[in-house]
Write a new protein. Structure first.
Length: 608
């Protein structure tokens, strides 16, 4: 994706895209709850990602994100994600993928699954259409991962099949509490009318103490929505870019012959003009220099609306609709859709693609958003959905130590087990330093029993070896013949997405080395790295100590006591043996040592 010139924003536009997060936290009372996520990066995966509005909403709320994986098939969106977000794992198709192990350590999944099958003004077979397959694929993903939280976004047209989706979610995901959040961005203080539906699910063991049913979750989410609503403090006319040139509409000139019948839109326009008493002879035509539409229907519609409402005051209308549904707006902008063309009467042009992204909360001065105007989730609406979900969760169980899933490998087959629910048949005497190590992906063997040693995994039964490899963490690794464990000087269990490897204990060192090589590092390389780290720290401490001593002695030599001590040492020089002396060398050395100690003692006393 080639770089483009950045679009500069004025202070009002900058505050519009970046200043709403803290205001929303204060309005909903979620400021203290969100602070828990500031100590670590929240691991999130996104499906049908588009412009990643769900992740940008978290960042606007001052929540740092660990972008584990992303999934997108549109080539423009793929280029945008690769340039701007750099996820660890990328899936080109949500319907055909094999989940990476790192996805099992995620906290949440956010997806804006396709809405082609559920658009309002379109007859379709709804969930039986090809476009509905990503929805079922996301459900299968949630069944496999059992993530604590999911948020799915769609348009209002999804209400046509709501009687099917609600029972389907409860049947396919029985371990969750489910709720539906319907909101409009303009009710949250935005300048855009963008109604959307959010499906929110919380794993039951991570639900708050007051959440015991689907109705409780629905009531809590509705409560947060009411607190988030407010009047807009911005005017859309103040957010329009000054240097944005209107994008000329494409289209061929009309080739209709005079003998051809009038198109359908002509009858609609004539009826509209008759109902609103617009004289065709007094119809205002396009002003010179104004944007010209390639579509004759749109040009005529603009002329009719300009005649009715004038072109002096800020007015905006969606000329992609038929004239009888082309509502004029002055306080807010209509819903921005992929096929919409928002025409501003007072400027004589349509909204550009960058302006459409700006009105959806994207910082166009930081992101290369050209061509992404039809692939966006409204950031402010997504932020309210996140806050509503967090308010219904027990955040003390979703701390920096993760969220409770351990991958157990036995005889080559992977078995997912939730250790927070207890011990299964294959594990005996399972005990941890804390209750569990949630959230870290750990591979452990199916041995006699497992105990925790120095906040690491160890086995007294089968003698397996275990090494924790964490990203961006300095580890102090200690090895024993039967057990390997790792501790962190900076504090254990502060990082999520820990990737650990474990191999069954045997005496063959080659298999041990092979297991390390599969993860990109060898035991020898790790030992050398730890040795260099320890030596570097030791040398650094010695250098600092020498510098401190030098500075202290320099300042002390300037004092009166220091000068007296130096003068005394000059008047009493150390003994130097004469040539040809028969004195024993040992006595010479001891004499020198005694005098040296005496001088040092005198200097220290003077300094005191």
């Amino acid at each position: 994706r080639a770089p483009v010139e950045q679009q500069l924003l004025d202070p009002i536009q900058k505050h519009y895209v970046s200043g709403w997060g803290r205001t929303m936290l204060a309005r909903t009372g979620m400021r203290n709850a969100v602070r828990r996520f500031l100590d670590y990066d929240l691991p999130v995966m996104s499906d049908c990602s588009g412009a990643e509005g769900g992740l940008l909403a978290l960042k606007a709320l001052d929540i740092q994100v660990d972008h584990v994986s992303s999934c997108e098939s549109n080539h423009k969106a793929v280029e945008f994600i690769a340039k701007s977000f750099h996820p660890k794992v990328f899936y080109p198709d949500v319907c055909d993928r094999e989940l990476d192990e790192r996805n099992y350590g995620c906290v949440a999944l956010v997806a804006g699954f396709p809405c082609q099958f559920s658009r309002l003004r379109r007859e379709s077979q709804l969930l039986e259409e090809e476009d509905a397959k990503p929805f079922f694929a996301i459900i299968e993903t949630l069944k496999s991962l059992k993530l604590p939280l999911y948020i799915l976004e769609n348009v209002l047209g999804i209400r046509k099949c709501m009687h099917i989706i609600k029972p389907l979610l409860r049947r396919q995901l029985p371990g969750y509490y489910h709720a539906v959040l319907q909101l409009n961005a303009k009710d949250l203080g935005d300048v855009v009318s963008r109604p959307r539906v959010y499906f929110i699910g919380i794993l039951r063991k991570y639900a708050g103490p007051t959440i015991g049913s689907h109705d409780d979750l629905q009531a809590q989410i509705s409560y947060i929505l009411r607190k988030a609503q407010s009047e807009s403090t911005f005017r859309w006319r103040d957010l329009v870019l000054e240097d944005a040139s209107g994008e000329a509409e494409g289209g061929m000139p009309s080739k209709r012959r005079p003998t051809d019948p009038c198109p359908k839109w002509c009858h609609i326009h004539w009826k509209f003009m008759k109902d609103h008493k617009v004289n065709p002879k007094k119809l205002k035509h396009s002003v010179k220099g104004r944007q010209a539409f390639g579509d004759q229907r749109r040009r005529h519609a603009v002329d009719v609306m300009a005649t009715l409402h004038g072109e002096e005051k800020p007015r905006i209308l969606n000329v992609s609709q038929q004239l009888d549904r082309m509502h004029i707006r002055k306080n807010c902008i209509g819903c921005l859709t992929p096929g919409s063309s928002m025409y501003m009467l007072h400027l004589g042009r349509s909204l550009s693609g960058l302006e459409m992204m700006l009105f959806q909360g994207f910082d166009i001065s930081q992101l290369n958003l050209h061509g992404m105007d039809d692939k966006a989730m409204h950031i402010r609406s997504a932020g309210v959905a996140w806050l509503a979900a967090f308010s219904a969760m027990d955040l003390s169980r979703c701390g920096s130590d993760g969220l409770g899933f351990v991958s157990r490998f036995m005889t080559g087959d992977v078995v997912m087990m939730d250790v927070a629910s207890g011990v299964d048949v294959g594990m005996m005497d399972f005990a941890m330093w804390d209750s569990v190590i949630p959230g870290d992906m750990v591979m452990i063997c199916d041995g006699f029993g497992f105990v925790s040693r120095f906040r690491g995994f160890g086995s007294d039964g089968c003698g397996f070896k275990c090494c924790f490899m964490t990203r961006d963490v300095d580890l102090e690794v200690a090895w024993r013949a039967d057990v390997g464990y790792a501790t962190s000087g900076s504090g254990w269990l502060r990082w999520i997405s820990t990737v650990a490897m474990v191999f069954h204990g045997d005496e063959d060192s080659d298999s041990e080395e092979d297991a390390y090589q599969r993860n990109g590092k060898s035991k020898k390389r790790i030992a050398n790295a730890m040795k260099k780290r320890c030596c570097a720290q030791k040398c650094k401490k010695q250098l600092v100590f020498k510098m401190v001593r030098f500075l202290v002695s320099s300042f002390w030599s300037l004092t009166k006591g220091g000068q007296d001590a130096l003068l005394w040492s000059m008047q009493n020089p150390l003994w130097v043996p004469e040539e040809g002396s028969d004195e024993d060398e040992e006595s010479h050395s001891s004499s020198i040592a005694k005098k040296t100690v005496a001088v040092s003692w005198h200097l220290e006393g003077a300094a005191g």
